[in-house]
Ligand binder design. Structure first.
Ligand SMILES: C[S@@+](CC[C@H](N)C(=O)[O-])C[C@H]1O[C@@H](n2cnc3c(N)ncnc32)[C@H](O)[C@@H]1O
Length: 287
């Protein structure tokens, strides 16, 4: 993996510049359009979103009511509820992406694709959802092997259907949690592991994100448990890539994920797309 260096320089010089119009970026756009445009139904999206917000608030209230049992119990419940909520979203996830802000997702994935190199043989999508990114990459790189896992069985089922529809033979899928102790992958075997919008369950715990912001050791423990498998499974010269969005304007988000136990950040690109939300892609190597 090229550690995003070349593109990072370009973005630093002009953060508003979009991904260069390469053939890989164009292929990813075409795949997204092909897969998502048939799902575009704004009315249905609004009602799915409404239901999701209602269920999420209910989940938060449920976890709040467990406060007397302590953080560990709250986390266990949050994990269960994340599974259920994402199962529920399952078949509607494509609709959500199709009606949401997917332009930036295409850019993030294109940056990743541009930076994969010949040595990257095995690539893992952590929290792969319905397998959109995995399959777009698998079509672009038929000689590489792609594996995805997700906490939600429904999403993995949808990803399996998408994979067989796309005809990709180089994609493997399984149900798993970032924090699981058992993973059907060999230690030190993976070249690239990436997370895209895939670290959610802690959001359900009231006050937890606030605590994380205030307390470095809580943040350290969270990062350690979330990325322990990435640390174990990546080759020594492998790359971890984080992509997503932060609810902060560009000038306030430079600190992002500078604290990553067992990893050091090698580069990052920030896309100031929506003033209050900044999209980012950052690469890390094992220390
Ligand atoms: C917003 S979706 C993103 C899916 C996909 N990465 C994408 O960018 O389209 C978040 C996904 O992360 C999964 N997820 C959340 N917490 C997880 C965990 N602890 N372990 C594995 N998957 C998780 C959810 O089930 C969901 O499919």
């Amino acid at each position: 993996m090229k550690q995003l260096v070349e593109l990072a320089d370009e973005y630093e010089a002009n953060p508003r510049k979009r991904i260069p119009d390469t053939s890989k970026a164009r292929a990813i756009r075409t795949y997204y359009e092909w897969e998502l445009l048939p799902f575009r139904d704004i009315k249905k999206y609004e009602s799915v979103k409404e239901r999701y917000i209602r269920d999420k608030n209910e989940a938060i209230r449920r976890i709040e009511s467990l406060e007397h049992l302590g953080r560990r119990k709250q986390f266990a419940e949050a994990k269960k509820l994340t599974e259920c909520l994402n199962d529920e979203v399952g078949e509607n996830y494509d609709l959500t992406v199709a009606c949401g802000i997917w332009e930036t997702d295409i850019t993030l994935l294109s940056i990743l694709a541009e930076n994969l190199d010949d040595n990257d043989r095995l690539i893992v999508d952590c929290g792969c959802g319905t397998g959109l990114d995995l399959n777009a990459l698998a079509l672009l790189f038929p000689d590489k092997k792609f594996i995805g896992y997700d906490i939600s069985t429904e999403q993995i089922d949808a990803a399996k259907k998408r994979t067989s529809r796309s005809g990709n033979k180089n994609v493997g899928l399984f149900v798993g949690n970032h924090r699981d102790d058992f993973f059907p992958l060999e230690p030190n075997s993976v070249d690239v592991m990436y997370f895209k919008h895939a670290t959610w369950e802690e959001e359900f715990i009231p006050g937890y994100m606030e605590e994380i912001r205030m307390d470095k050791s809580a943040r350290f423990r969270l990062m350690q448990s979330r990325y322990k498998n990435a640390r174990r499974l990546l080759k020594d010269d492998g790359t971890l890539v984080l992509m997503g969005m932060i609810n902060l304007p560009l000038d306030k988000c430079r600190y992002i994920s500078s604290l990553m136990p067992g990893f050091e950040r090698t580069n990052s690109i920030f896309l100031d797309e929506h003033k209050v939300i900044t999209y980012y892609i950052a690469s890390y190597q094992k220390t």
